[in-house]
Design a protein around this ligand. Structure first.
Ligand code: AMP
Length: 221
């Protein structure tokens, strides 16, 4: 059976960076709702403008819209969901659609560290790679290591929006962690250390889930 994993954590916990690493390492299909919504927000359409406004304000996009994006991408591949589900209604939808979840990794990072990270985060608008000037700087300032495109700040990393996003996470996404805790699926990972150390912890946890399915994790890196 295909492995379905969820990576959760507050804004700036390092979800994007770690999800890209894990997906490459284990050959998982990486479904990142934030990346998909940022693409939609670039479209010159009523939907694009509406999504763009919500992202700028740090608010969540309506459940139905984002759920459709995810369901369209679910198939019999091993999948890593990054940024979904973010509300209990979204988690219930997965259950209602009989989409099994085999593990939920939650990245724990102290709140003051999350705020500092937002101020220094840069991302690549072309390939979505993420950098932090302190924790994982690009080799050349403001240039993406992966594709050479210029880096940018995310609009939702503005200080007021960062505080709002943390509040929305506490109100709407922490209950999702409890939802999966009652199902015995949550594995908390300390996300405050160096990127490589967090990756190693996630890698061990993922390999264990493959083993539990009687499978050997693919060696893709
Ligand atoms: P991320 O890149 O995961 O930090 O997501 C960026 C933004 O996209 C979030 O702050 C939300 O506004 C929106 N978003 C991403 N995933 C979801 C989701 N599952 N439900 C609602 N909004 C989402």
């Amino acid at each position: 059976m295909a492995l379905h994993l969820i990576l959760m954590g507050p804004p700036q916990a390092g979800k994007g960076t770690q999800a890209r690493y894990l997906a490459t390492r284990f050959g998982l299909v990486h479904v990142a709702t934030g990346d998909l919504l940022r693409e939609v927000s670039q479209e010159d359409s009523a939907l694009g403008r509406r999504v763009g406004d919500l992202l700028r304000l740090g608010e969540y996009v309506p459940d139905a819209l984002v759920t459709q994006m995810v369901v369209d991408r679910m198939d019999d591949h091993d999948i890593l969901l990054d940024g979904y589900p973010r509300t209990v209604a979204q988690a219930e939808t997965l259950e209602r659609l009989a989409i099994p979840i085999h593990g939920v990794f939650v990245l724990d990072v102290p709140e003051d560290e999350l705020i500092d990270r937002a101020q220094e985060r840069l991302f690549c608008p072309n390939c979505n790679a993420v950098y932090g000037s302190r924790t994982n700087p690009p080799r050349e300032p403001c240039i993406c290591d992966v594709c050479g495109h210029g880096l940018a700040h995310r609009l939702d990393d503005a200080p007021a929006t960062v505080h709002r996003r943390l509040e929305v996470y506490r109100q709407r996404s922490e209950p999702v962690v409890s939802y999966y805790e009652t199902r015995g699926l949550v594995r908390r990972i300390d996300g405050s250390g160096p990127v490589a150390q967090v990756s190693a912890a996630l890698e061990r946890a993922t390999a264990q889930l493959f083993q539990r399915q009687g499978r050997v994790a693919a060696e893709t890196v």
